[in-house]
Design a protein around this ligand. Structure first.
Ligand SMILES: [Zn+2]
Length: 462
């Protein structure tokens, strides 16, 4: 144990010392019993010996140095990064990442969708691969942690395994998905959901998705060849920054992601009657904007009227004809609802639509709703959640189960096999901005939990 202590960061060391003190007096069998209870997965092949071996740890300083090195690509004056997919910065960073993978004794290639994939053989040729990774593209004027922490940690984990001579039973695949921020393009290609219409869309780089895929070494005409089917992977793990403030606020180093929320989008049209703002008495108006204002309040009231972590937003509004001296005859609004439970999204929507009709009746307007997008929630696998919680526990790290309000490639991978996500704190919950920050010790904690979860997944999944 002292050997592993010497390798930890100061923070990790103090955490571990606390953990060692806490653990003193526990018997081996007691530990195993706790682990079995925590996982809720009785057939898990945990033994006291596994638990008492000092966990293998990544090289923390090297990992944080690689984050600094990657931040050069697309660095902007605000201190963040603009490395949108298919830009020169993205292409250069990808080349650098492939070199880093080679240093980790990996053999990276670019698949036909433009994802960077490196496979490490396992001892069982018939086993399906365990896939882990993230993305390195950013939003315009984004930060240096979203995607980067998970990508570089995945490579660091592979490098640590190589240095320790650890060979897993399953083949491992480190993946850097392309264009996560522009609609999960790389992971959606793996599940066969990139359409011809998607390929024609213009990405933030100015290139179409099709041209972008060509630019980074893929072939948009052959996407069918990268498609995988359910059961083609043994599991998927992704480490990511939380991007919200829960973990930071509660001083919890590791989040175990319950799932990625589902999203519903609607275009809402309120139709009244445009008329002269000076000559139409107040009681004779069919004011679409006034009805829209009541609608916005309705959305907020409905979403907050029951317990839970559901969120609802009206993010866009346009009044027509849009003149100071004309009563608005039509208003276009957006409605967005998110929750881990698709049935709850539907129920909230039904309530909002019903109550909107009442507002319409009272204000002489009509509401129409058109659904424009519906993404199903993607739940993580309960067994994988247990593995992550165990890995954190063996490192003396507290955990909290929480949903992801943001989309991730992991939601697509959940369609192919058991998925798990690990969150680390985002300072003050800031993300998609230059001030995005995850503390170095939290990055290292996350990578160590990724490593522990991966090894445990290798031992326990088919
Ligand atoms: Zn991300």
């Amino acid at each position: 144990m002292s050997d592993s202590l010497a390798r930890g960061t100061d923070h990790a060391r103090s955490m571990e010392e606390k953990h060692v003190t806490d653990r003193r007096g526990f018997t081996k069998s007691c530990l195993a019993a706790i682990a079995a209870t925590v996982t809720g997965w009785p057939q898990i092949r945990l033994t006291p010996r596994h638990l008492l071996q000092p966990p293998i740890r990544v090289n923390g300083p090297r990992l944080n140095q690689s984050l600094t090195d990657l931040s050069r690509f697309g660095a902007n004056p605000q201190g963040g990064v603009s490395r949108v997919a298919y830009s020169d910065a993205d292409r250069d960073a990808r080349a650098w990442i492939m070199d880093l993978m080679r240093a980790a004794k990996l053999d990276p290639r670019i698949d036909l969708a433009g994802n960077i994939v490196a496979r490490r053989p396992g001892t069982d040729a018939s086993a399906k691969p365990i896939v882990f990774g993230s993305h390195i593209d950013s939003v315009p004027e984004g930060g240096n942690y979203d995607g980067d922490v998970g990508s570089l940690s995945a490579i660091e984990v592979a490098r640590t395994l190589a240095e320790r001579g650890v060979v897993t039973r399953h083949p491992l695949e480190v993946v850097i998905f392309q264009n996560e921020e522009g609609g999960l393009v790389g992971s959606r290609a793996w599940i066969g959901e990139v359409t011809a219409r998607d390929l024609a869309l213009t990405s933030r780089s100015g290139k179409t998705i099709a041209d972008g895929i060509r630019f980074i070494g893929g072939d948009p005409t052959r996407l069918a060849e990268v498609r995988r089917s359910p059961g083609d992977i043994a599991g998927y793990l992704e480490l990511h920054i939380e991007q919200g403030g829960t973990l930071d606020r509660e001083h919890i180093p590791i989040g175990v992601v319950e799932g990625i929320v589902g999203i519903g989008w609607w275009d809402v049209t309120v139709t009244g009657f445009a008329n002269h703002a000076g000559t139409t008495p107040m009681n004779e108006r069919h004011d679409a904007l006034l009805a829209a204002a009541k609608f916005i309040e309705l959305v907020n009231r409905t979403v907050t009227s029951e317990p839970g972590r559901q969120v609802g937003t009206v993010g866009r509004i346009q009044a027509l004809p849009g003149a100071p001296n004309v009563i608005p005859g039509q208003v276009l609004l957006s409605l967005e609802l998110r929750d881990l439970d698709a049935a709850k999204i539907e129920r909230l929507y039904q309530t909002i639509a019903r109550e909107a009709e009442r507002i319409g009746t009272e204000s002489g307007t009509t509401f129409t709703f058109r659904e424009t997008n519906r993404q199903a929630p993607a739940l993580s696998d309960p067994r994988v959640r247990g593995l992550i919680a165990d890995a954190a526990k063996s490192l003396g790290l507290a955990t909290k189960v929480l949903p992801s309000g943001a989309g991730h490639d992991a939601q697509d991978m959940a369609r192919l096999g058991p998925m798990g996500m690990i969150f680390v704190p985002s300072v003050a919950g800031v993300s998609h901005a230059p001030r995005e920050l995850t503390r170095p010790e939290d990055v290292v904690n996350g990578a160590n939990v990724l490593l522990g979860s991966l090894l445990q997944m290798d031992r326990t999944v088919a």
